[in-house]
Each structure stands twice: as structure tokens, then as C-alpha cells.
Ligand binder design. Structure first.
Ligand SMILES: *[C@@H]1O[C@H](CO)[C@@H](O)[C@H](O)[C@H]1NC(C)=O
Ligand SMILES: *[C@@H]1O[C@H](CO)[C@@H](O)[C@H](O)[C@H]1NC(C)=O
Ligand SMILES: *[C@@H]1O[C@H](CO)[C@@H](O)[C@H](O)[C@H]1NC(C)=O
Ligand SMILES: *[C@@H]1O[C@H](CO)[C@@H](O)[C@H](O)[C@H]1NC(C)=O
Ligand SMILES: *[C@@H]1O[C@H](CO)[C@@H](O)[C@H](O)[C@H]1NC(C)=O
Length: 948
């Protein structure tokens, strides 16, 4: 069967001005668009891949980038191409030819990651996009099989086109313009009113649906089962394709857009994005849903790459310059503040201990470290020293003393670091300071040199008064900024040091230590202290237990470990008398609950603090790993201008973990306020973009003063946590065996990535058992926070409004039952106090720009008292249902759009919800008793097709 599908409903497409979206989230990416060419783009090859892959992969990657650059140039209407790209290979690939040594490039921070498959999406390329429309994504993931084996291009599209499509998502924060099979929100097909379809030559008269895409003209193709291209679809009795049916476009098309719909069309014409002329704002695509009905092109034009006619069209693109670089051992220069103010609150003593512990236990073998001190001037405590064993660690640690005094010239310290790193490759500076600069040279005086020499400057602010330019250093060099309070008990100082040395270090699983436990600093007058931790099935090799104290005399007898079976581990702990750390290493730790015990001096002014790390139990089985961060620029953000998200990932390798308990602790700058707790959720509402993707999120809603906030997350898994090992297998149809099962023969099951839900099969999901993880992230500078009594945070957007039921009335209109998930008063916290609902036939009435000014006739009515009593005004995250009345008359064959806005008691309005839609279908056989209750409404969204 060959049929023409109409996609762009030209008669309904509308022109409206671009909406200003919230300022973008700063990416950690170094990519810049300079004179139409993208520079500093990094393709990272995972250290988990064998070196033997390199010889095949590297030429393929180069070729794909060259071709992608041409596609990009066409798609951006001659405004952008890839100028300068580095392929960074693992440190261990010593037999692969390279052009240069890596300077800033690393797999962990690369834009395009070549890595083993994510079991959920298998070999399908995808982009992780936890932000909002217009926000940059985190990275693009492609697998070696996808790049090497042509057959995958048949299902997912050729690498050159797919790379540009993924680039659009990563760089400009746009989304797919195609549905996903079985997706409840973004279906493959959506129905349209029969009356609209009637008389249209492009729609066969027995069908009333269209492919969910954005194109400028009809597409030729066929409807087939998603798992077998040779199997015809099955249809409902109304002639609509069922949930397993997808659209396979023909290879040759005349359409030119949209690349976001069909990268898999080989036809050279299909390389454009939809703009406001070709865009179909009524398609049920993720792009329309997440970007307020705007076209991809409109969203792109709001990005700094193109805004205000930046990078106008040029006549010809340059050929990309692609270099292969190898990761290398890092060089670190510690730049330590020795000014007078460092005596405050024992800062000097704490810094000494933390730096020594880092040198003795954390800094990776074969890296080189130098130490610089500064007050009014800078001096060298230790030249760059390569760490090859205990001797270097100890001698470096011994150089750190506590004789501080004088003024603060941060620039002097940085200048010395720049000189020390001259001619080196991976150049890292860790600057720790507590004060305002008061003597030249200043940070600003060395900034240009630092940037031009591609240094990475991580900064740590001790106390609340550190120099204002600190974060700027981190932000301009794309390196983290940390902050530690004077009364911190959470181990933040040590965490910052760890963050600096593990930031871009890409090591194979055999060498990746995972933190499974970290206690706060424990101060207790009791003579005995006992703690416990859990060793799960994914970790356990080289288990390393560390107990730290500020005074050796406080610990009367060193720590001992008790195994899950109750026996005490033999042998004494190692003691490091510079850093005051006891270490016990267990070569292979049994799974289960472990205990540790220590006898103390009863002096509660002293502390103990325990940390447990372990390597993966089996290097071929990825362990569970957690990260946490603020999704906002580190340089500073005002909650009045921009929403701040907190985001943690919980993954086993690339597989999402569902059902974990994730709590983020945010320490505010005001030292009289204790850490603020946030329960992070992976439910697809509020701050969370997609349910079940292993990314747990929440909005930051609590503020305690202007300044730097630090973050840490504790993750726990119990009986309800499981690893998503992929989607359910294709259904078995009796006839399938006889047919040519192209996809299953090759074990390709095109999985729909990145729709509204993550494919999941409870039968193959593996329970995680008990596990714990601890992670910390870099800090966030909050500027101009709301006063404690000031309510400026608006309710978050409702993403899941649906029209559930329609009741016709004789007079006074019709009743619509709407269902949605309740937003919060402050984003996703608390309870909203009011709603506005609108119904319109045109999309602009329900855009963020048009909603408040839409005609009064679009208002849906309800009694205020009914709202109060409906159970709808409930805290964030509950499913609610409410009846509203439409006073106008519905006509058959018209598509109606419904949306809502929530309000808090201070009058802050949420963004407009998703747009739900429905229409009445005259040709449906309604039983006569249903005259009054027009029950069978056709929702042209979603569920209509998902039979699940
Ligand atoms: C696509 O079009 C080209 C040129 O018109 C033609 O050579 C080729 O056979 C067509 N391919 C298919 C699969 O129809
Ligand atoms: C793990 O411990 C073994 C000895 O038990 C040691 O040889 C190896 O280097 C350790 N691995 C790492 C990554 O530290
Ligand atoms: C997992 O943890 C729970 C609660 O902490 C405990 O009751 C249970 O026994 C633990 N399971 C295992 C296998 O240790
Ligand atoms: C509904 O509740 C709000 C807030 O509690 C109150 O101000 C308002 O008067 C109530 N309205 C009605 C009609 O009950
Ligand atoms: C909406 O109205 C219908 C008809 O009066 C009623 O049966 C239903 O329970 C109402 N639903 C809600 C959520 O109030």
C-alpha cells in the first residue's frame, strides 16, 4: 500500500511572534559559534571500548562529521557548520595515532559520546535533554554498532543527518517532530475530524488520521508494524491504526522539511527545519508540546548563535578540521590563600588537612602537582612533581604549612600557576581563597591569559566573603566552582578536592571508585561509636574504608570492620599521620550490611568522619553511579529571572534506575540555616522532564540569603528500585514466523527514544536490592534571592492536562471533565490557589504570549466555591479532576484546544499547560440513549491510540 499522508495542516497553520523563553541554562560545553563555524566540539570515545575499535571507528566518525557539516550548513540556511572538532581517545589507547595531546578534551565532558549501548534504546542515537525548550542538552550518545553497520541507518537514519538532528536538540534545545510508537502523549498518528478530512484528496476517505510530523509537503510511505517492516498494520474497527503501527517513509521524497521528523529519509532534499511558514503547530509532537507551539526555526533564532542576526548567511562553509587527541595525565597547581584572614574559623588548619588528604589519598597516580601560596605576593611551595608513589605524595603533603598572614593578591597566585603550566597539556588550577582581593595583580589582570592558554580553573570559596570574580573564572574556563561554610560538617571541603580530580578523569570501570557511604563529621561524647554501610551486588572490589579525624588522640583504638556474617575483619587499619586518616582495604567485600566500630576519647570538640569507596564487583557489569548538580550557570543566577533545577542521575552504566529514593541537601550561605532538603523525583512532572529516565529532579524553591549554595545527594535503593533493562519484546503474531522479519533477524528493534515515557519491561527489569550512593556537585551563586516573606516563584507548568469526559447540557453549555497533575505554589512545592481554563480553536490563544489576552469567549467557567471544595487545590504531584463549563456551542468536525494556567495566592501565574485537544465525530455510531451525554469524544491526542 502506498498512500499520501498530509502532514502540515496548512489551513490551520498560524503565524505568531516568537515567545521569549527563559534565559538558557549555561552549558559546561566549550563549543562556540565563531564566524559561522562551531569550534571546540569534542567527540569522546568511551574508555569502556576496546582499542581495536579505533581503527574502524575514527575514519567513520571523521567522515560522518564532514558530511554532517554540509547537512548542518544547509539546514541552518548557510549560517553554521562544524569548523573545529577533536576526537578524544582514552588514555589507554596507546597504539592509536593522534595529532595532539588532549588539552581540555575528555570523554566525560564531550558533546558526542561514542559508547556502549544504553539497554533501553539499544543502538538508537539520542540526546539527553533534562532542561526546558531552548536549554542545551547534556550530550549525544551514539554506539559503535550504529556508526559501523549500515543497516542501522535504515532504521535510525544515516549518521550525517542524525548528527545534525541530535545537534539541534543538544545545542538549541529543540525536540523531535515525530511521534513514538506506543507513546501516550506523542503518538505516531493522530486523528483529525472526518469533516476536515472530507474532500481532501490526500486523505483516503475511510481514514481520519495523519502522521504526526512537520513537513512542507506530502510524504510517501507505508504503515507497518514497528517491529517488522513486512507486517501490515492492524486497525481498529473505525479504521485507525493500532498502537504497534508506525509510518515507514519511502527513501525518496520531494519534501524538504523537517529534519526533526525524518532524518531516516535518505533523500537529499529532506534537510531543512520547519519555520513559521511550514510549521504545523497542531501536530502532537514533542516540539510543539515543549516549545509552546513554536517551530524549530523560531526557537533556533532565539539562541545566541543566531539571535539578532548573529552569524548571518555566508556563501560557503569551510571543510571541518578534525583532530584526534589522546587523554593524558593531568597537571594540577594548587593555589592556596595564605592571607591573614585564613586564621578565621580555623580555615588554614582545615585547608591544610584537606589538601594533605587529597595529595595522600586522592590525586590520581601519574598526575603532576605543584603548590603555590599567595598573600600579598605569591611563592612556590612545591614545583610540578609527578606522582609515582607514596614518596611524592608525602613530600608534597609535607610542604603545606599553616603560617599565614598579609593581604590578598589572587592574581599573583594565578600568574605563578600560569607560568608553572607553560607548555603542559592538561592544565588544571585549583584556587582556594577566603577573601576579597585587595592587592594587585587581580583576577581580572590574568583572566585573558588563563583563557587563551586554555587553563581550567576550579575555585573554592571558604566562608562567605570570597572574591566576587571567583565563579567567573570557573565559568569562563568551564570548570567547577565550590563553596564551603565555616561550620560545614558535611565534608564539603574534601568533596571539592575530589571534584577537581575526578571531574574529567575518564577511566575504565576497573579503575572507577564509587562512593557508597560518607558520614557527616561526627562529634560525640560517647566512648564507642558504631556505624554501618551496605555493599551491593554491583560493587565490592578493593573496598576502601577511611576514617578521618582532626586529632589522632581522639581515636583511642583504630577502626575495625565487621562483615555481614558478623565476623570481624582481621588486621589493623593503616594510619597516615599527616592527614590523620585510617584506611582499611578489603580486596573483595561480601555483599550485605557491614559495620564499623571505633573507640573514642569522649572529647566532643573533635570529630570523626567515615567514607567508603569500592570498585565494581565485575568489570564487565556496570555499577550503579550517581551524580548531582544545579542546572543553572555557576556564575550567578537570580531566582527572579530564572528557574533553578536540581538534578541527580541514578544509572547502572547507561541504564536508568527507577524507584530510588534521592534526597538532595543544599547548604545555604547563611551559616545559621541548616541544609535544605529536596526529595528529587523522576515522575515527569514539575522540574522533571521525562518519567523513568533515571534523572531525578526538583526545582530549587528555598533560599536563605544571597551567596553560594553547595549541593550533595544521598541515594538509596530498596525493594522498589529496579534497573531498566529495556523495553518489552515485540508482540508475537501468529503470522510473524512466515514473514521476512527484517528487524528481528538483525536484532534491531527500533525503540522510540525520547518520547514522554521511557520504554520499560517489568519482566526484564532487575531489582537493585539495597544500595546507597553519595554524590556532591559544584556550587551555585544565588543573586538577589526573594526575601523570606516575598512570594515570587510561580507555580510550575502542568504537562499532562487531558480532557477526560464531555457532557452535553440543554442550556448553559457543556461540561468538560479535565484531569491533570497538580502543580505547586512555588514551582513544585506547596499548593496553588486558583486556575484559569481556556478553550479555543486556535493555537495562539493558548500560547504563553496569547493566553492572558485571549477573547473572553474562550474562558471555561466554574464556581469558585466548587473549586475550593473539589479537592483540586492540593499539594504538588496529585492527580486531580475538575468539571468546567463551556458556554459556546460545539460543532462537529472542529478541533478544540484546551489549556490551563495555575496561580498562587500572590497572583504569580504558571506557564500555560500542555494543550489538550478533542473533537466530536458525527459519523460515530452513538447509541440513541447517548444523545444527551456525548460521551464518545474523540481526543485527537494520545491515549486514543495507546491501547496499553
Ligand atoms: C530514488 O530516486 C532516484 C533518482 O530519482 C532513483 O535513481 C532511485 O532508484 C530511487 N530510489 C527508490 C528506492 O525509489
Ligand atoms: C585493587 O587492589 C589490588 C590489590 O589488591 C591492586 O593491585 C590494584 O591496583 C587495586 N586497583 C586499583 C584501581 O586501585
Ligand atoms: C534492605 O534494607 C531493608 C531496610 O533497610 C532491610 O530490612 C532488609 O533486610 C535489607 N535487605 C537485605 C537483603 O539486606
Ligand atoms: C475559596 O477559598 C479561598 C481561599 O481559601 C477564599 O479566599 C475564598 O473566599 C473561597 N471562595 C469561596 C467562594 O468559597
Ligand atoms: C462532572 O460532572 C458529571 C456530570 O454531572 C459528574 O457525573 C461527574 O462526577 C463530575 N466530575 C467531577 C470531577 O466533578
Amino acid at each position: 500500500m502506498r498512500r499520501k499522508m498530509l502532514s502540515s495542516a496548512a489551513s490551520l497553520s498560524v503565524l505568531f511572534a516568537a515567545l521569549l523563553l527563559p534565559a538558557g541554562v549555561a552549558a559546561s560545553s566549550r563549543v562556540e559559534l565563531v564566524n559561522n563555524g562551531y569550534e571546540n566540539l569534542v567527540v569522546g570515545i568511551s574508555p569502556s571500548l576496546p582499542e581495536s575499535e579505533g581503527a574502524t571507528l575514527i575514519p567513520i566518525i571523521k567522515d560522518a562529521i564532514k558530511k554532517a557539516s554540509e547537512v548542518l550548513f544547509t539546514a541552518t540556511r548557510s549560517r553554521a557548520f562544524f569548523r573545529d572538532v577533536r576526537i578524544v581517545i582514552p588514555k589507554s589507547w596507546s597504539n592509536t595515532d593522534t595529532d595532539e595531546v588532549a588539552v581540555f578534551e575528555s570523554f566525560k565532558e564531550s558533546e558526542l559520546r561514542i559508547d556502549n549501548p544504553n539497554p533501553v534504546y539499544e543502538n538508537q542515537p539520542y540526546t539527553r535533554q533534562p532542561g526546558e525548550c531552548g536549554d542545551p542538552g547534556e550530550f549525544i550518545h551514539m554506539t559503535p554498532a550504529y556508526l559501523k553497520e549500515q543497516v542501522y541507518s535504515y532504521y535510525y537514519g544515516p549518521p550525517a543527518k542524525v548528527l545534525v538532528m541530535e545537534w539541534a536538540r543538544l545545542r538549541w534545545g529543540v525536540y523531535d517532530e515525530i511521534g513514538y510508537s506506543g507513546d501516550p502523549k506523542y503518538p505516531i498518528f493522530f486523528s483529525l475530524p472526518r469533516e476536515v478530512a472530507d474532500g481532501r484528496t490526500d486523505v483516503q476517505n475511510q481514514v481520519v488520521y495523519q502522521v504526526n510530523v512537520c513537513t512542507d509537503t506530502y510524504l510517501n510511505g507505508k504503515e507497518r508494524m514497528w517491529f517488522d517492516e513486512s507486517m501490515r498494520c492492524t486497525y481498529t474497527h473505525e479504521g485507525l491504526p493500532d498502537g504497534d503501527c508506525v509510518f515507514f517513509p519511502d527513501a525518496n521524497q520531494t519534501a524538504t522539511s523537517s529534519l526533526m521528523s525524518f532524518p531516516l529519509v535518505f533523500s537529499d532534499t529532506l534537510v531543512e527545519f520547519c519555520d513559521d511558514h511550514t510549521h504545523n503547530s497542531l501536530a502532537k509532537t514533542k516540539q510543539n508540546d515543549r516549545c509552546d507551539g513554536q517551530s524549530v526555526w523560531e526557537v533556533m533564532l532565539q539562541h545566541s548563535d543566531f539571535k539578532g542576526n548573529a552569524n548571518p548567511a555566508i556563501s560557503q562553509a569551510e571543510e571541518p578540521n578534525i583532530k584526534v587527541v589522546r587523554e593524558t595525565d593531568a597537571d594540577y597547581v594548587l593555589v592556596l590563600d595564605y592571607s591573614g584572614s585564613m586564621s578565621t574559623a580555623d580555615r588554614m588548619v582545615k585547608l591544610q588537612l584537606a589538601a594533605q588528604r587529597w595529595l595522600l589519598h586522592e590525586v590520581p597516580l601519574y598526575s603532576s602537582v605543584a603548590i603555590v601560596r599567595f598573600d600579598s605576593t605569591a611563592s612556590l611551595l612545591a614545583p610540578l612533581t609527578k606522582i609515582v608513589g607514596e614518596t611524592e605524595r608525602k613530600s608534597l603533603a609535607n610542604q603545606i604549612h599553616t603560617n599565614n598572614n598579609g593581604g590578598t593578591s589572587i592574581g599573583a597566585g594565578l600568574k605563578m600557576a600560569v607560568e608553572l603550566l607553560e607548555g603542559r597539556s592538561d592544565k588544571n588550577v585549583f584556587l582556594i581563597t577566603d577573601g576579597e582581593e585587595n592587592e594587585a595583580p587581580m583576577i581580572a589582570d590574568v583572566m585573558d591569559e588563563i583563557i587563551s592558554k586554555k587553563l581550567c580553573v576550579s575555585t573554592l570559596a571558604l566562608g562567605g566573603n570570597a572574591a566576587k570574580d571567583l565563579e567567573k573564572l570557573g565559568d569562563l574556563t568551564k570548570c567547577p566552582s565550590f563553596t564551603v561554610n565555616d561550620n560545614d560538617v558535611s565534608n564539603a571541603l574534601e568533596n571539592a578536592f575530589e571534584g577537581v580530580s575526578t571531574r574529567q578523569q575518564s577511566v575504565s570501570l576497573e579503575e572507577s571508585f564509587i562512593k557508597i557511604e560518607e558520614t557527616p563529621k561526627i562529634q560525640t561524647p560517647t566512648p564507642e561509636y558504631e556505624g554501618s554501610f551496605f555493599v551491593d551486588s554491583t560493587v565490592g572490589m578493593n573496598l576502601t574504608f577511611r576514617l578521618k579525624t582532626d586529632a589522632k588522640s581522639h581515636v583511642l583504638s583504630g577502626p575495625s570492620l565487621i562483615k555481614p556474617d558478623g565476623t570481624t575483619l582481621k588486621g589493623a587499619a593503616d594510619f597516615d599521620d599527616i592527614g590523620n586518616v585510617w584506611t582499611i582495604v578489603v580486596p573483595e567485600a561480601e555483599e550485605g550490611a557491614w559495620h564499623w566500630k571505633v573507640t573514642l576519647s569522649q572529647d566532643s570538640s573533635k570529630y570523626i568522619q567515615a567514607t567508603v569507596l569500592a570498585l565494581p564487583r565485575d568489570p564487565n557489569d556496570a555499577p550503579i553511579v550517581t551524580t548531582v548538580k544545579f542546572l543553572a550557570p555557576a556564575t550567578g543566577v537570580s531566582p527572579k529571572d530564572q528557574n533553578i533545577k536540581i538534578m541527580a542521575t541514578v544509572m547502572k552504566g547507561n541504564s536508568p534506575i527507577r524507584g530510588a529514593d534521592v534526597v538532595a541537601y543544599v547548604t545555604p550561605p547563611d551559616i545559621s540555616v541548616s541544609a535544605q532538603e529536596y526529595e528529587l523525583l523522576d515522575n515527569g512532572v514539575g522540574a522533571d522532564a521525562v518519567s523513568g529516565d533515571g534523572i531525578y529532579s526538583r526545582y530549587m524553591t528555598k533560599f536563605a540569603g544571597e551567596g553560594r549554595y553547595s549541593i550533595k545527594a544521598l541515594v538509596k535503593g530498596g525493594s522498589s528500585a529496579s534497573v531498566n533493562n529495556g523495553p518489552p519484546p515485540p508482540p508475537t503474531y501468529p503470522s510473524a514466523g512466515r514473514r521476512r522479519r527484517r528487524s528481528t533477524d538483525l536484532d534491531i528493534k527500533p525503540k522510540p527514544c525520547c518520547g514522554s515515557v521511557v520504554p520499560y519491561d517489568p519482566d526484564t527489569a532487575a531489582p537493585t536490592g539495597n544500595f546507597t550512593r553519595v554524590a556532591s556537585g559544584s556550587s551555585l551563586k544565588v543573586i538577589d534571592p526573594p526575601a523570606p516573606d516575598e512570594d515570587i516563584l510561580a507555580p510550575c507548568r502542568v504537562p499532562d492536562l487531558q480532557v477526560a469526559e464531555l457532557y452535553g447540557l440543554d442550556e448553559g453549555g457543556s461540561i468538560l471533565t479535565l484531569i491533570w497533575t497538580s502543580p505547586g505554589d512555588d514551582h513544585d512545592e506547596g499548593t496553588v490557589s486558583d486556575y484559569t481554563f481556556r478553550l479555543s480553536e486556535v493555537r495562539p490563544d493558548l500560547s504563553n504570549k496569547g493566553f492572558d489576552e485571549a477573547p473572553p469567549s474562550t474562558l471555561l467557567h466554574f464556581e469558585r466555591e466548587a473549586l475550593n471544595q473539589s479537592g483540586v487545590l492540593v499539594p504538588f504531584g496529585s492527580s486531580v479532576a475538575f468539571n468546567v463549563t463551556y458556554k459556546g456551542a460545539f460543532t462537529f468536525g472542529t478541533e478544540y484546544l484546551v489549556a490551563l494556567k495555575a496561580k498562587d495566592e500572590a497572583g504569580n501565574g504558571s506557564p500555560v499547560s500542555n494543550v489538550a485537544s478533542f473533537f466530536l465525530d458525527q459519523k460515530l455510531d452513538l447509541p440513541s440513549w447517548a444523545d444527551e451525554l456525548i460521551k464518545t469524544i474523540k481526543k485527537s491526542n494520545a491515549e486514543f491510540f495507546s491501547q496499553s
